[in-house]
Design a protein around this ligand. Structure first.
Ligand code: TA6
Length: 294
């Protein structure tokens, strides 16, 4: 995404400004190391461009920045559940307005911290007290930490994902390793399958890899780079691409959009909310993804 050309609404520091696309405010970071953007709507990272490189993060040309819809592309925050195990799909965090809490900068990069607290609309779909912090560290690498705390008087259970859309030059020439051997196939009604060491796509994919390695590597001969994804606090890595038919069925994705991204997600997967991770009052959990190229 070309964030540099957007007019500044508010300058917060030498490196951090507020800009806007349609109705959506964006925290823009321009630093010697990288340029990045984080929408307050959804706490959604929409760009991470290390200096001199193509964006590592893919955004749809048809993403809806009306401040209501979930954004197509970037890093959707799926929380307090992942998938369609409850409504709205992927939880409410990606459709909520987050608050900018803090920004800090040094020669190594910029850290932006956003927060989300319960509101009438979150309590209507999930009747619990919580505190969510999103720490976005922008430097040579992009590190995103979703830190959730149970501020209720009772335990609650959750799942979630940092649903990263990675830019690739051409999906059919892209190879992925490190996702591990076993996956739950979302396209085969949740059948547990065994896969090969290297994945090269020729069709749609929607898989929960249950034994990912510490690093997942997406090798891109077209953009002449490998993108590395390292996750923490997860129990699986979801890989997704909707392919041509899926892209055509989405109003917020251009028909050929599927050719230039692969979702590699840091996921806490659960078949139902009740089977998710439990936090007792006062307990916290951090779901992390780190993305960089080499
Ligand atoms: O992470 C994969 C997935 O859950 C797929 O099943 C697919 O539907 C995708 O997310 C996108 O979901 P969305 O609600 O953003 O259209």
């Amino acid at each position: 995404m070309d964030l540099k050309s957007l007019p500044t609404l508010t300058a917060l520091s030498d490196n951090v400004t507020i800009v806007e696309i349609d109705q959506t405010k964006i925290v823009r970071v321009i630093h010697d190391k990288a340029t990045a953007g984080i929408c307050l709507h959804g706490g959604h990272v929409i760009s991470f461009k290390p200096e001199g490189q193509e964006d590592l993060i893919w955004m749809s040309e048809q993403a809806n920045f009306d401040g209501k819809a979930a954004l197509r592309g970037g890093i959707p925050i799926c929380w307090p559940w992942f998938g369609r195990i409850a409504a709205p799909a992927h939880g409410f965090a990606r459709n909520s307005q987050w608050t900018l809490l803090e920004h800090r900068e040094s020669e190594n990069g910029v850290i932006v911290e956003l927060g989300l607290l319960p509101s009438e609309s979150t309590l209507a779909v999930w009747p619990y007290q919580f505190q969510a912090h999103l720490l976005v560290e922008i430097g040579d690498e992009l590190k995103v930490t979703l830190d959730v705390t149970n501020t209720d008087t009772q335990a609650w259970t959750f799942s979630g994902a940092l649903h990263t859309y990675l830019t690739v030059g051409d999906i059919e020439q892209t190879t992925t390793t490190g996702m591990g051997p076993e996956y739950i196939d979302g396209l085969k009604g949740g059948e547990v399958c065994q896969g090969g060491e290297t994945l090269q796509l020729t069709d749609t994919i929607d898989r929960v890899y249950t034994q990912p390695a510490a690093q997942i590597t997406v090798s891109d001969p077209v953009l002449k780079r490998s993108v590395i994804v390292e996750n923490q606090g997860h129990n699986s890595a979801v890989l997704w691409n909707p392919w041509a038919e899926g892209a055509q069925g989405m109003s917020d994705m251009q028909d050929d959009g599927y050719k230039t991204f692969l979702c590699v997600e840091s996921t806490l997967h659960a078949p139902s909310i009740e089977q998710g991770k439990t936090l007792q009052p006062g307990e916290s959990h951090q779901l992390v993804t780190t993305v960089y190229s080499k």
